[in-house]
Design a protein around this ligand. Structure first.
Ligand code: SF4
Length: 246
């Protein structure tokens, strides 16, 4: 590979969040660049080919690249990969943690109880605020695309491996703002923030050059003792919707 092409590949992988790359086999060209990570069985070559300079990647290309993914252990218990859904040119993207049981079954994000609450929050707030949007106008996805066993929180290596797809989705859509739902989404995109969601929520941050709002995950809001958090989440959403659609 010529040095210029190698620089482009490495710059792209750095953009996707890969920090450690090593050369596994000198004779295998670009595919020989493999991700450093915890010891384990040999990983397949899974680094994507960067899109042509100046042309954003298509979501369909990213989905195709995921294929029948087995890049991390979460593939073992999943029924369906949950890539994301909504408007591919959305001005607003919501990022959650990972699929639950309903999502795993249907292959769609946020379709269970928490998803219904998210829909109500988006559409109810938009209606009240006179903003003519519905859920289908935004894009919704998760940090990991396969359901963690027992709905546990994704582990750091799973988030890192699958996180490349989230980064590529966001770079493909280039929304006007991103709304992070809960702590896992914050950990995935706001790497330098150590505070919890309660501290971070309601304020603007940045991922690359895109404004980011943090709020609670809807499944947290479903717990009966979290009524004040519900009010706060509604306020956060109001802020995001006005910023994006006014
Ligand atoms: S969680 Fe992501 S990286 Fe892991 S198997 Fe599923 S699609 Fe692949």
């Amino acid at each position: 590979m010529n040095p210029e092409l190698l620089r482009r590949y490495l710059g792209y992988y750095q953009d996707l969040g890969f920090r450690h790359l090593y050369r596994r086999n000198q004779n295998r060209g670009a595919g020989a660049l493999a991700r450093g990570g915890p010891p384990g069985p040999p990983q397949p070559d899974f680094l994507p080919v960067p899109p042509a300079a100046g042309s954003p990647e298509l979501l369909a290309t990213i989905r195709e690249d995921i294929g029948d993914c087995r890049r991390c252990r979460l593939h073992e218990g999943r029924a369906k990969i949950v890539f994301g859904s909504g408007n591919q040119q959305a001005r607003l993207v919501f990022v959650g943690e990972g699929p639950g049981a309903d999502e795993d079954e249907q292959g769609l994000p946020f379709v269970g109880r928490a998803g219904q609450l998210l829909t109500q929050m988006i559409e109810g707030t938009a209606r009240k605020e006179g903003i003519p949007i519905q859920r289908k106008d935004v894009y919704i996805c998760n940090v990991v695309k396969c359901r963690p066993p027992g709905n546990r929180t994704p582990l750091p290596d799973e988030m890192e491996i699958c996180g490349q797809f989230l980064v590529r989705q966001l770079l493909a859509i280039r929304p006007k703002a991103i709304c992070l739902l809960g702590a896992t989404a914050v950990k995935a995109l706001l790497l330098d923030r150590k505070e919890g969601v309660t501290k971070l929520r309601g304020n603007w941050y940045r991922w690359r050059d895109i404004p980011v709002m943090v709020t609670y995950h809807p499944s947290y809001l479903l717990r009966p003792y979290n009524q004040s958090a519900k009010r706060e989440a509604w306020e956060d959403l109001k802020k995001v919707l006005h910023y994006v659609y006014d």
